[in-house]
Design a protein around this ligand. Structure first.
Ligand code: ADP
Ligand code: MG
Length: 679
């Protein structure tokens, strides 16, 4: 066995761990020995101070050495077994619930001298220790500082410590993968020693070279893979696209606005990539409502005019349809555009597949099904993925491969994240950023209102509807014992219906897809005025006529989420409003969030603040999506280490180093398999 392979084994291979404990660990998502290493102790328990019984402090954890005098094993069920002990200053009882006599006799033989550690109680003028976990004839094995890990029912601190100790004892000495220059920054601490320090109870909550080194390892393993994917894609030579400004001018004349400076710059960058002989792999990042769609469509028109096909993939059906409608409006009549979703009828589907294969369709717009279907393109030149932040490096690479060597790739994302996060999540791509929103935007007026004032809100809504405006009314999901509850939205819907009759619609996660789409379309076509929903309002849909969003229980949402929700309005040229409803007794944190929202509509600023308040992991569910497999690194707190890793990877690539030295790192951190696809 290669030495690192010990760490990748199932935890049931650890000496002394049984199937019951294995199960408990797996419930905590600790599957391999390696996994076990990444939950450092949260606190420690000092059991080193040995006292006499006369010095015992009640309610505290104390360690004593005593003689075992006699047993009391009652024959009545539910009564505990007792063991009477003493030292030369006093007496104490050990009380055992649910322990076998045999076990007790073994660990506490009559006449023996043992060291015991546990919490001291005082009952009927007697000292007691109930179910002491730490008992040994060898006092040095008890007189220690013990690490306290996050436990779960059935997994004791003692057991956990025994297991961790066994694992730490067996961590192999691995060949160093970091360069000398980097190691020097961490005072030459080895990976193994860094881990030992991480678990040392003396270092609890401490920072230092040991932690920085481990964090750096995580970051550099991610960056190395990103960089290799990027390099592999850059190596692919493609037929460059040839086009002029004709399409651009035509489309520009069809829309009733000027492109912003940032849109023009992004478009220039994209065009340059399209015209080059290197494959494009680019992220177009821009806050909600910054106008990414038009940029993507102009790029598509260029690619089509140079004789290639384009495929645009949206996260939802309704968004796909919206893109389709816009493209149909803007594109030359000679361009054949089709939409393909899971709802497309079979006959039409096979017609579309046929026509994609014989190059009769120039532009296909759709959902996931575009990726999953066995579609054979005739001449695919560009894939665009809209708002699909759950796509990771592996999926993007696969998509790019599927498109073939002439196919450029553009990914659009509205998640305003700091550069360290972009480097992590999109580090395999070049990036264009639309920072400033179109000038015609009016600031969205953001208010907060107590729930008890809902009469006033209703009055306001009535007035707005009379002016032909539309309203989103968002109710949070209430999650109770895994059952997702949309009760609050149903209740609100019922009460609004009494006032606004059939002008109210309701969508929530439990509805069928078709039903959901129907209601959304009704709203889009202004058949209803108020759309009550849980947070399922789809990302990216453009409802220019909706200018009010009311968010109930606003304190239940994170900042970025509130920002995304608010971004549903303020897209047209009307005055827009966001009303945050809340109950009294807001936490300090919730007050802060609401104030930040009132102060700014800048998504980058908001995500920055959000990460300061909540940590990066929650940002739009990156953690849930499983993309973010950092266990220690934090893109906000460890910015310096991210930048250091970026520099180091650049150096590695400039010197054209092969990655042999890093293979153990990449394998341990589960980032190696993608390399097989590349080389
Ligand atoms: P997102 O970046 O969130 O995908 P969209 O592309 O949906 O944003 O654009 C939001 C709205 O802004 C659309 O109604 C679009 O027509 C409009 N828009 C786009 N660019 C401009 C611009 N330069 N000036 C004015 N409005 C614009
Ligand atoms: Mg969009």
């Amino acid at each position: 066995m290669n030495s690192y392979e010990y760490l990748l084994q199932d935890i049931n291979r650890i000496k002394g761990i049984g199937s019951k404990t294995t199960k408990l660990f797996k419930k905590k998502n600790i599957n391999t020995i390696f996994d076990l290493l990444w939950s450092p102790p949260r606190s420690s328990m000092d059991r080193t101070n040995l006292v006499k019984i006369s010095e015992l402090q009640i309610g505290k954890i104390q360690t004593i050495t005593v003689n075992v005098i006699k047993y009391n094993f009652p024959r009545i069920r539910n009564l505990p077994n007792r063991v009477f002990c003493e030292d030369d200053t006093g007496k104490i009882e050990c009380i055992f619930f649910n322990s076998y006599e045999g076990y007790i006799k073994k660990i506490l033989p009559i006449g023996s001298k043992v060291t015991i550690s546990g919490k001291i109680n005082y009952y009927k003028k007697k000292y007691q220790i109930t179910n002491p976990n730490y008992i040994s004839a060898n006092k040095d094995s008890i007189k220690q500082i013990f690490s306290q890990y996050s436990l779960t029912a059935g997994l004791t601190e003692k057991k956990y410590n025994i297991i961790i100790k066994e694992v730490l004892k067996n961590i192999p000495d691995l060949d160093e993968w970091l360069s000398d220059g980097i190691l020097k920054k961490f005072n030459y601490i080895s990976w193994k020693n860094a881990l030992l320090e991480l678990h040392d109870p003396k270092n609890i909550k401490k920072k230092g070279n040991f932690l920085n080194r481990l964090i750096f390892d995580e970051i550099i393993s991610t960056f190395l893979i990103n960089s290799r994917v990027r390099k592999a894609i850059k190596k692919i030579k493609k037929v460059s696209k040839k086009f002029d400004d004709k399409e651009f001018d035509r489309i520009k004349n069809k829309v009733d606005f000027e492109l912003t400076n940032d849109q023009n710059i992004a478009l220039d960058e994209i065009n340059k990539d399209l015209k080059s002989s290197q494959k494009m792999f680019r992220l177009l990042q821009g806050d909600v409502g910054s106008g990414k769609t038009i940029v993507a469509l102009i790029a598509s028109a260029n690619v089509i005019s140079s004789g290639f096909q384009v495929c645009l993939m949206a996260p939802t059906e309704i968004l796909a349809r919206q893109h389709y409608n816009l493209a149909s409006k803007l594109f030359d009549k000679n361009v054949n555009i089709k939409i393909l979703t899971s709802k497309t009828e079979n006959a039409e589907r096979s017609e579309i597949l046929k026509n994609l294969n014989n190059n009769n369709i120039n532009f296909i717009i759709g959902t996931h099904s575009l990726f999953q279907e066995k579609i054979k393109y005739n001449n695919l030149g560009l894939i665009i993925i809209d708002e699909q932040h759950k796509f990771g490096v592996k999926q993007r690479k696969k998509l790019s491969d599927k498109g073939g060597k002439n196919c450029d790739v553009l990914v659009m994302s509205a998640t305003p994240i700091p550069r360290t996060m972009i480097m992590t999540v999109f580090g395999d791509m070049d990036t264009s950023i639309i920072k400033n929103k179109p000038k015609n935007r009016k600031e969205i007026k953001t208010y907060s209102k107590l729930e008890t004032k809902s009469e006033e809100i209703i009055k306001f809504v009535k007035k707005q509807i009379n002016h032909k405006n539309q309203v989103f009314w968002v109710c949070p999901l209430i999650e109770e014992s895994k059952k997702i509850d949309h009760q609050s939205s149903v209740k609100r819907y019922e009460s609004l219906k009494k006032i606004f009759k059939n002008k109210v619609g309701l969508i929530h996660g439990a509805l069928e897809k078709d039903e959901k789409n129907n209601i959304l379309l009704k709203f889009l076509n202004k058949k209803i005025d108020i759309l009550v929903s849980t947070t399922v309002i789809e990302v990216g849909i453009d409802f220019p006529n909706a200018n009010i969003i009311i968010i109930e229980n606003a304190n239940k949402f994170g900042l970025s989420q509130l920002h995304q929700l608010r971004g549903r309005v303020g897209r047209g040229d009307k005055e827009s409003y966001c009303i945050l409803m809340f109950r009294s007794n807001l936490s300090e944190n919730a007050k802060k969030r609401i104030n930040i929202l009132k102060k700014t509509t800048d998504g980058f600023k908001i995500s920055d603040e959000d990460m300061k308040l909540r940590g990066y992991g929650d940002l739009l569910g990156f953690k849930q999506s499983g993309l973010q497999s950092f266990r220690l690194a934090d893109p906000v707190l460890n910015e310096d280490l991210f930048l250091l890793a970026e520099k180091e990877v650049k150096k590695i690539e400039q010197e054209n180093q092969n990655l042999d030295k890093y293979m153990t790192l990449l394998k341990l951190y589960d980032r190696a398999d993608i390399l097989n696809d590349i080389v």
